[in-house]
Design a protein around this ligand. Sequence first.
Ligand SMILES: NC(=O)c1ccc[n+]([C@@H]2O[C@H](COP(=O)([O-])OP(=O)(O)OC[C@H]3O[C@@H](n4cnc5c(N)ncnc54)[C@H](O)[C@@H]3O)[C@@H](O)[C@H]2O)c1
Length: 452
Amino acid sequence: MNISIIGLGKLGSPMQAVMAHKGHKVVGVDLNPATVNAINAGKAPVKEPRLQEMMDGSRERISATHSYEEAILGTDITMIMVPTPSGSDGRFSMKYVMEAAEKIGAVLKKKAKWHLVVLSSTVMPGSTGGTLLPALEDITGKTCGPDFGLCYNPEFIALGNVVNDMLKPDMILIGESDPRSGAILEEFYQGVCESNPRIRRMNFVNAELTKLSVNTFVTTRISYANMLAQVCETLPGADVDVVTAAIGCDTRIGSKYLKGALGYGGPCFPRDNVAFSALARANGAPALLAEATDQLNRQQVPRLGAMILAKLPAGGTAGVLGLSYKPDTGVIEESQGVALAKYLLQSGAKLVVYDPEAMEHAREQLQGQVTFAASPSECARQADVLAITTPWPEFKKLTPQDFKRSAGKPVVLDCWRVLAREKFESVVDYLTLGYGAPQAARVPQAMAAEGD
Ligand SMILES: NC(=O)c1ccc[n+]([C@@H]2O[C@H](COP(=O)([O-])OP(=O)(O)OC[C@H]3O[C@@H](n4cnc5c(N)ncnc54)[C@H](O)[C@@H]3O)[C@@H](O)[C@H]2O)c1
């Protein structure tokens, strides 16, 4: 099939490469000349593992243009993958989608052949059928269904793993205007995916709500584990990793996204959760769980920040190792590491930071206020209290030597348990995160009563 993709950013460009890899001719449209030029020169416009390799293998099937007409007239399906930024009320804006829709509609008006439009950006429930569909009908003067098709088909990917996630998804979610449109998209994905994913086809609003609900559910799990970590800290001998590992054995629960201690970040989780609450509130339905999840998440940075400050010697330096919101990406949007760095700076702490991929982005926000270390070990060597906030594999290579001091021991807050504790215990003092060290723990009421 010939495909066009509108928006060649963090998702659109891997999507183009993956579809081309599977034999489709894919032309992309982007407003950004640097993106169009990069793709036409065979260069990945964003940093994402395997993207360049995929592009290299399918060069003859990949192109980019600024012209909607060129892209849409020569293709059968158009995917829309433009940003939908959050507004101040937490709801996603349709501004960029509607700008794209105007231009798509103008071309479809002239196109005699039936065409399928697929919205892949994350949108608020009600947007595809309530806003995009009538706009496309209005601009084209055509009827959705007989004259053109419309699907809502959001992505469930994690940055840093976009190519793999697109090739091997758990589920393909399709909201459809009519069975023909959904069937074409389903058949298309069966040729692209290597994982034999479950395909769920439904109306627009159910698909829009499913997309938001998946992320809201995952964030709830993360906040649950963080809540558990805090409770563990009050119980002598309790260890959140032991408890979550056991909880995860229950097949009703499972073990993914159940690591206690650090909040969630990134371009999707926080805002999807907030959007879900905003939707529920606007419709008069309670979303107490989503609101509590968000509240718990916002408490993580001040909580960890206070732990660090309590251990920081006067005039000492705090270290933050990990600024990207997760490994394998340089994205720092809503990153817990950056938020922690800012919290510590506001409290007057001196700061040294390091990240393998996010230094450039971090400089835009922290330049002149922190020391940017050249390596994980340089960061570790300079810090009196070091927080490891992203589980980058290379942080595992830190050695006890990196923490040895001529006098005293540095303090480490290892949020992801990256360092093998037994190797480092002689050279660092660990901050008790997620477990109740006997000396620090309070004896809870119920236990005291039993002891009586
Ligand atoms: N990044 C993620 O982790 C992720 C995950 C799941 C879903 N999403 C959703 O996917 C959508 C896209 O996200 P992204 O991260 O790829 O965004 P992005 O900002 O990385 O890329 C968007 C691209 O669209 C281009 N663009 C904007 N308006 C355009 C127009 N009218 N015509 C042509 N090009 C246009 C921009 O120049 C940019 O290159 C959003 O709705 C987002 O919520 C993102």
